[in-house]
Design a protein around this ligand. Structure first.
Ligand SMILES: Cc1cc2nc3c(=O)[nH]c(=O)nc-3n(C[C@H](O)[C@H](O)[C@H](O)COP(=O)(O)OP(=O)(O)OC[C@H]3O[C@@H](n4cnc5c(N)ncnc54)[C@H](O)[C@@H]3O)c2cc1C
Length: 389
């Protein structure tokens, strides 16, 4: 065995880095190993589809901490290291290159991986299933003004990237199976207004369609769709959702479902193993149900909470996270259960697309989306917590 650490964190993303902070709040001395598959230090993902494209942030500014932070906090880093096997009985992790580490407490902060398509040509080199910094760097390298791009997927990642490419003066075609973009979250009237805005900006939208094959013609990709369209482009980006990364958890016999199942202390079904962030299926106290959340604020806080609990805090996760997105001039913050299938009530100013949408179940507010309205998340949290009508 290479070494035994008091705390081992697998996954060098937001939840993993936050866990370091949580541990160190309570335990200044315990040894920590932070290991991550990506070769980069932990960084923020939201800028990959937003600020980095608008010149509002530089790549060197997206890292959560610099190397000195990890040195100061006595954290051993193993970046570029994939954890391949968990033995929850012997309390060891074996990496893809065959090294075995022991742990006292283990955090699985392995996030999600991009969902891939299963159609002819879907694994062609250059087709980008956008998720990480390397995907951004590769795409950015080819996304010059005047080039053409096909973006598959009408959710937030797809919609944000379409806006980013359009603002950078690429010719963009967007393909998604639904009738309207972001239709899992936005009510119809807002989705329609958003779609119109995209079209006015020059984005070609193929709604209600999907790719059936990809191929290459010289340097270009050829995308064929179910409705018979053939589109040549320099770039193909796919953003069709994500899947929780649970292989390691399964190898250790942990309970998994729609994510790694944890209790309110973020403990998994096996002793001394915790999970946090995009991969954790946890009891969401304010909503009274278990769920998995794929958003920044949840990963940030859950990671920290898990770290504190690993160091002995034993505090239930009661935090109510918010999430956010920016689509051209339209930005929002939201909290709670935000699902377009729910009944909604909008307090809306049409002339400037500003307002608040309330998502209701049985007449009670379960989610709130604040569109171009800022600093009201706390009020929204209270409303949901108190079962506001
Ligand atoms: C392009 C993009 C834009 C986004 N924009 C927004 C936004 O505007 N608003 C918002 O609220 N949220 C946004 N998100 C979501 C947010 O970034 C995530 O919720 C957050 O990153 C989750 O953090 P995490 O630590 O759980 O997982 P991740 O950040 O995915 O980190 C997990 C890490 O674990 C590593 N890993 C996985 N398996 C292993 C293994 N076996 N061994 C070692 N390492 C492993 C992965 O490589 C990865 O580096 C965005 C995400 C993306 C991709």
């Amino acid at each position: 065995m290479k070494h035994v650490y008091d705390y081992m964190i697998v996954g060098g993303g937001l939840a993993g880095a936050s866990a370091v902070e949580g541990i160190r709040e309570l335990d200044a001395a315990g040894s920590i190993l932070l290991s991550g598959e990506e070769s980069h230090l932990p960084y923020d993902r939201p800028p990959l589809s937003k600020k980095l494209w608008f010149g509002k942030q530089k790549v060197e500014d997206i890292f959560l901490h610099d190397r000195a932070f990890y040195d100061t906090h006595a954290v051993t880093l193993a970046m570029g290291t994939t954890a391949a096997q968990l033995d929850s009985g012997k309390k060891t992790i074996t990496t893809a290159n065959g090294e075995t580490y022991g742990y006292g407490k283990l955090l699985l902060a392995t996030g999600c991986k991009a969902r891939t398509l299963d159609i002819p040509g879907s694994d062609l080199e250059g087709i980008c299933y956008f998720r990480n910094l390397d995907d951004y760097l590769r795409t950015r390298g080819v996304a010059a003004e005047g080039k053409s791009a096909v973006v598959i997927g009408g959710g937030f990642i797809g919609s944000e990237l379409v806006a980013a490419l359009n603002i950078n003066k690429l010719h963009v075609t967007m393909i998604f199976p639904g009738a309207l973009l972001c239709d899992r979250v936005l009510p119809d009237y807002l989705g329609r207004a958003m779609q119109q805005r995209y079209q006015e900006k020059g984005v070609r939208i193929l709604a209600g369609d999907k790719p059936v094959s990809f191929s290459r013609n010289g340097t270009q990709f050829i995308t064929r769709t179910g409705k018979g369209e053939t589109i040549a482009s320099d770039i193909v980006i796919v953003g069709v959702g994500v899947i929780p990364e649970m292989e390691l958890a399964k190898s250790g016999g942990l309970e998994v479902g729609n994510g790694i199942v944890v209790n309110e202390y973020l403990e998994t079904s096996r002793p001394d193993i915790y999970a946090a962030g995009d991969n954790a299926f946890f009891p969401y106290r304010a909503l009274g149900q278990s769920m998995r959340i794929e958003h920044w604020d949840n990963a940030l806080n859950q990671g920290k909470w898990a770290g504190r609990n690993m160091a002995g805090a034993h505090e239930p996760y009661t935090y109510q996270p918010y999430f956010f997105s920016d689509l051209f001039e339209f930005g929002y913050e939201a909290t709670g259960e935000v699902d377009a299938k729910m009944e909604t009530y909008a307090d809306w100013q049409k002339e400037n697309d500003t307002g608040v949408i309330y998502y209701l179940r049985d007449g009670k507010v379960r989610g709130v989306m604040m569109c171009n309205v800022w600093d009201k998340v706390e009020t929204a949290r209270e409303l949901i917590k108190n079962g506001g009508r």
